[in-house]
Design a protein around this ligand. Sequence first.
Ligand code: TAP
Length: 449
Amino acid sequence: MEILNPATEEVVERLEPATAEDADAAVARAKKAFPAWRDVAPADRSRLLRRLAGALEAERENLAQLESRDTGKPINDARGEMGMVADTFHYYAGMPERILGDTIPVSGGVDVTFREPLGVVGLIVPWNFPLTIASWKMAPALAAGNTIVLKPAELTPLTALEFGRIAREAGIPEGVVNVLVGPGSVVGQRLVEHEDVAKVAFTGSTAVGRGIMAGAAGTIKRVTLELGGKSANVVFADADLEKAAASAPMAVFGNAGQDCCARSRILVQKDVFDEFLDRMKPAVEALRVGDPLDEATEMGPLISADHRERVAAYVPEDAPVAFKGEAPESSGFWFPPTVLAPVSNDDKAAREEIFGPVVAVIPFEDEDDAVRQANDTPYGLSGSIWTQNGAKALRVARRIDTGVLSINSNTSVRVATPFGGFKQSGVGRELGPHALDHYTELKNVYIST
Ligand code: TAP
């Protein structure tokens, strides 16, 4: 396997891909390590995870440089992400002593519940936020007492391999953390089918997620899925238009649009449609697209040549391009930030997840029309509402079928709050205390008195 730098097309690393037999061996190691890891005293498991969080913090710059070279993401974004990786481990390091049960009043005795770890958990992650998304799965899984087999995307395995080393050096016992680099159709598939894997946590495309859900049925495996999105950024006429228009570009062009939370549909109330576009234009044209290792860069290249071709298909000759930004012409998988307007919510560019720097700007009439169009998609991951009317913001937020929303902001993800999708955007929640529910099994014990 050749690992390329998407900004230069140079080979960064060559690796030998794992096989199905390697997956079996990793699962066997994780299975063997499970009883001892489950039985580590909660305070000690906390201490080990805290030490790992500290080691990740210490290696933040190295990891950020590696992630930037492997994915093409701007170095400052990579630094932010590696900060979140450490924060995620810090947060869940506090959890082993806080995984609480209930006592339930019953007749004739006492009833208590426990949250038990599942066993071996398979973690399958994509290439857009490689170590960050892995950390959202690894930290709660380990805090709850599970052992893990992590399969990063073939395109971006380097920080996952580094993570394996850092975990070992931080004292995480042998066999608790296993990293497997190999094709999803071989190694990922094996994890999904393996009868000793109790659960698969997956982030990636809805198409592969569908196959994973079907494959997991063979062993009644627990599954959590974080899939695609086509999130709406809803801008009402009474919004702070300057702020909404200035922040709209990075809400979709961040990570070159390769973000499941990208606000790739901007719904703008008709009365201010033209004004909004006029205000957004200079922000798009000023975006700094280029060398990811340059501190000033805001947008890097796409992940691969194949992906660029896929994205380009959404901008044919006759596409309604309102304006676009710059992109280098040198080697690298570059694509300019592109604004399509006006677009109908029925158009292909508004219906399908493009996963690139292309945004559809769609007009709406009133509150009901905004809600109807925002919900008119098979997805339901993220979104934003811009208005200065607080009651309207909450009313609309309750009516939009999506797992994560922000009001007068375009953020989606925080370590301490739940993240995940409605509809075909997924099953289950990551981050916050809620993630632990998906890495434990509820046990009920009745004691006759
Ligand atoms: P996928 O092709 O779905 O790949 C994701 C992971 O699944 C990779 O590790 C891949 O391995 C593996 N995989 C592929 N086929 C598999 C199979 N048959 N069995 C088991 N594992 C398999 O997605 P991608 O192209 O990497 O990422 C882009 C998509 O992910 C977008 O649609 C995006 O919306 C979605 N995404 C969603 C989120 C959230 S949080 N909802 C976050 C990021 C991305 P290999 O690539 O190594 O073959």
